[in-house]
Ligand binder design. Structure first.
Ligand code: KMH
Ligand code: ZN
Length: 309
């Protein structure tokens, strides 16, 4: 049997980092579009997308904020568009699923458990901020709860079901795999499911290889052949854990949403730079990266002609 190709996902901008932390973090629609297109050209088959306020860089997930860049990305690439339903820690589940309901993408994220989700230690690294909301948002993240109750998950899954969207199941700890299994057993999600194992978020499981093996072994036990998987290591764990995952036949996710760095202590210049790096590693290790159409085949996606943008 031919060896499975490696799908590279790239998460272009998100809710963790702020404009002060890196000039490379895109927050205006044109910059999000350009970085997404360049990430796809560099080898990302899947683009995971959030939105921000174009003036302040604050996370703002109103569906209208996606409208300026989704068609541009679609016209310039054949990459799979994956819209976040995680949004930010300050949004309700109804707000969070609004963009996916509006644009019916091929993929969207689905977060599999409630948790602490904190990046407050980052606040200590900065004395000056570009925008006045940033310091408080980062500092206060020690009291945010990332809410994803069973009722929230079921509500989101049932509203999104008619759109035939494949979920990127974001699992930040081993218990989230059991939550996912429960949801499968009650018929919320169709196999093959796609799990993003997430390591290194403060509030989730730590970023080390033992934990990756543990998550993978647990998923094997719960889902057998019914799942595909990828790894996201936050911060400095990004490239190392992605490389390890690839060696274990997993897929990989990079992007400035999850890490601003290209190597320890050095900020990445762009999302594409991170994609190019993981692609080089994957290819140097003797594997091939999946094209968007190969990713569609591996994950069983509905196709780019069935989206609403
Ligand atoms: N940045 C990841 C750790 C989502 O968008 O739904 C979490 C994430 C969640 O990507
Ligand atoms: Zn995200």
């Amino acid at each position: 049997m031919a060896k499975q190709k490696t799908i590279i996902s790239c998460a272009i901008t998100g809710a963790i980092h702020t404009p002060t932390m890196s000039d490379a973090l895109p927050y205006r629609p044109d910059d999000i579009a350009q970085q997404a297109i360049e990430a796809a050209q560099a080898g990302a088959a899947i683009l995971h997308l959030h939105t921000r306020d174009p003036e302040t860089g604050k996370v703002n997930i109103a569906p209208e904020n996606f409208r300026p860049f989704l068609p541009k990305i679609k016209a310039a690439t054949d990459a799979v568009i994956n819209i976040s339903t995680g949004g930010s820690l300050l949004n309700t589940i109804e707000e969070r699923i609004g963009p996916a309901l509006t644009f019916s993408p091929e993929m969207c994220s689905m977060n599999m458990g409630s948790m602490n989700f904190s990046f407050h230690p980052l606040a200590k690294r900065y004395t000056e901020w570009k925008f006045d909301w940033e310091e408080e948002y980062v500092k206060n993240s020690d009291s945010y709860i990332f809410r994803n109750t069973f009722a929230d998950i079921e509500n989101a899954a049932r509203q999104l079901a008619p759109h035939d969207i494949k979920f990127e199941h974001e699992c930040y700890d081993v218990g989230h795999l059991y939550n996912l299994k429960f949801c499968m057993d009650i018929g919320l999600f169709k196999a093959p499911i796609f799990i993003q194992f997430i390591f290194g978020i403060l509030g989730g499981i730590g970023a080390d290889v033992d934990n990756l093996v543990f998550m993978k072994r647990t998923a094997d036990k719960l889902f057998g052949t019914q799942y595909r998987w990828s790894v996201l290591g936050a911060g400095n764990a990004q490239m190392g854990l992605a490389s390890t995952a690839q060696q274990m036949s997993g897929h990989v996710r990079v992007g400035l949403e999850d890490s601003l760095f290209i190597r320890r202590g050095q900020l990445a210049q762009s999302n594409a730079q991170q994609v190019a790096k993981i692609r080089r590693i994957v290819e140097d290790l003797g594997a091939e990266v999946a094209t968007p159409d190969e990713a569609r085949e591996i994950l069983g996606l509905k196709g780019a002609d069935k989206v609403a943008f």
